[in-house]
Ligand binder design. Structure first.
Ligand code: URP
Ligand code: ZN
Ligand code: ZN
Length: 466
């Protein structure tokens, strides 16, 4: 099967030019100013922008959080991703039974995803306790299973202390794998949460007021210190939500520390005022870290622009407002944490970033596709338009104006945080390994067509980019 994409404005990680892309089976086989070849399918991309498919390295599909289960599974969640221009995800495994080994959750996640996902996928391993046998087992998960990143949490049920975090970083660094970290200081959070609850301060805004900016900044700083003590093991700070934390990362980057960072659309486009909405609608935004005071948004943009923040992930973790989220209506701390966003990442970043000239097209491609692929050992198979790369390609119509609403999205959840947002520019065609799977607003691919991707090792980030 061959596909020819003609006359598009092609945006790669390095340049923007007018040209054609030729695809044979799964791969891009030719890129040029004018490719004159017969193809089974020719797509006219005149007036459109052709980008590498989005890579979202922070999703929680099917996540079990206490008695709640996230509303998107690997079918509905990846359909929504494809319709929003994302062609590869790396999902964060949930915690398993107490004391389980690492392979346990790998098997559980293959059970969740295989034969369901419609785009390509991988998983981040999860470390919920640290002992000699877990440290030992990491090698086989990396080398046999092809999983080259592991998540640690500094809060929640299975938070790791500094000694355990250091052991994890050192071992993963030695093996060529990345430690991804949820950075919030648990002691600070529990102090403020308990103080607020004891004063009967239970409405959604107290979720945010229980998780001060300093809790994130302190944890980020501590983890960067531990990574340098672990012989500069590679660390990836997920969902950075504050200017304070980003400033610490900027300083570490200036000192060539082996750290990379992600923020998410919610921290760029939404703010703490959302928690004050009437009828308890503030519950929709209960996520961790919480939405912040508005001044953080421009700071985060400036840290994207200067390369401190490399990646935009979604932290897609949807619970229905009219169902699961209501558990928090009399007490914010009972509300499942998380919000949807897998389908709106590319449209929001394109519209607010490229169309509003905060970033250029190349920077956009890097933060939504190339950098996430590089950080997580997927590059160059994923994350760029290059000869030999997988033919994961998205065609954006810069003239298409869309009013975002949960009705038009494919996410399996009863709200979007971006209801009524108007975006200029939208994905109109998504190809995954050469197959058109989304077109004319509809998903047209087959359930289960997505493949598990074995990822490469990562050690010094600076070996793969600046
Ligand atoms: O509130 C959130 N972000 N839920 C998902 C789990 C996490 O912390 O990433
Ligand atoms: Zn997190
Ligand atoms: Zn998350």
């Amino acid at each position: 099967m061959s596909v020819l994409i003609k006359n598009g404005t092609i945006a790669t990680s390095e340049e923007v030019f007018s040209g054609d892309i030729y695809i044979e089976d799964d791969l891009i086989t030719e890129i040029g100013f004018s490719v004159d070849k017969e193809a089974d399918n020719t797509i006219d991309a005149s007036g459109k922008i052709v980008i590498p498919g989005g890579v979202d390295v922070h999703t929680h599909l099917n996540l079990h959080q206490g008695k709640f289960v996230a509303a998107d599974d690997f079918y509905t969640g990846t359909v929504a991703a494809a319709c929003g221009g994302t062609t590869c995800i790396i999902d964060h495994m949930e915690f398993g039974p107490p004391d389980c080994n690492l392979k346990h959750q790998v098997d559980v996640y293959h059970g969740y995803a295989d034969n369901k996902a419609v785009i390509d996928y991988s998983f981040h391993g999860v470390i919920q306790h640290v002992d000699d046998s877990i440290i030992d087992e990491m090698k086989s998960i990396i080398e046999k299973e092809g999983i080259t990143s592991f998540k640690i949490y500094l809060t929640y049920d299975y938070k790791l202390d500094d000694e355990s975090s250091l052991r994890v970083m050192k071992r993963l660094g030695d093996l060529g794998a990345v430690t991804a970290i949820h950075c919030e200081n648990d002691g600070i959070l529990s102090y403020f949460k308990n103080r607020n609850l004891s004063r009967n301060l239970v409405s959604p805004i107290y979720h945010a007021l229980s998780r001060p900016e300093e809790a994130e900044a302190e944890a980020v700083s501590r983890m960067i210190t531990l990574s340098s003590l672990a012989d500069d093991a590679p660390i990836y700070i997920v969902h950075v939500s504050t200017g304070k934390a980003a400033r610490i990362i900027a300083k570490a980057r200036a000192q060539h520390r082996n750290v990379r960072a992600e923020t998410c659309p919610q921290y760029l486009f939404l703010d703490q005022e959302m928690y004050q909405q009437e009828n308890n609608e503030g519950l929709k935004y209960i996520m961790s870290p919480p939405l912040r005071e508005k001044y953080n948004q421009e700071l985060l943009w400036s840290y994207i622009k200067d390369g401190t923040i490399d990646v935009i992930g979604t932290d897609h973790c949807p619970f229905n407002f009219n169902n699961e989220k209501q558990a928090g209506k009399n007490d914010f701390s009972k509300c499942p944490n998380g919000a949807p966003g897998i389908e709106t990442r590319i449209p929001l970043l394109f519209s607010e970033g490229v169309m509003k000239k905060r970033i250029d097209l190349t920077e956009f491609v890097n933060i939504v596709s190339t950098n996430p692929a590089k950080v997580m050992g997927l590059y160059p198979q994923k994350g760029d338009i290059k000869v030999g790369s997988d033919a994961d390609v998205v065609i954006m119509d810069p003239n298409k104006k869309v009013t975002i609403s949960s009705n038009m999205l494919h996410e399996n959840v009863d709200y979007t945080c971006y209801e009524g947002f108007i975006v200029q520019g939208y994905p109109i065609v998504t190809l995954s390994r050469g197959e058109v799977i989304y077109e004319n607003g509809k998903f047209i691919g087959k359930k289960g067509r997505g493949k598990f991707i074995r990822r490469g090792k990562v050690n010094q980030f600076s070996n793969i980019w600046k």
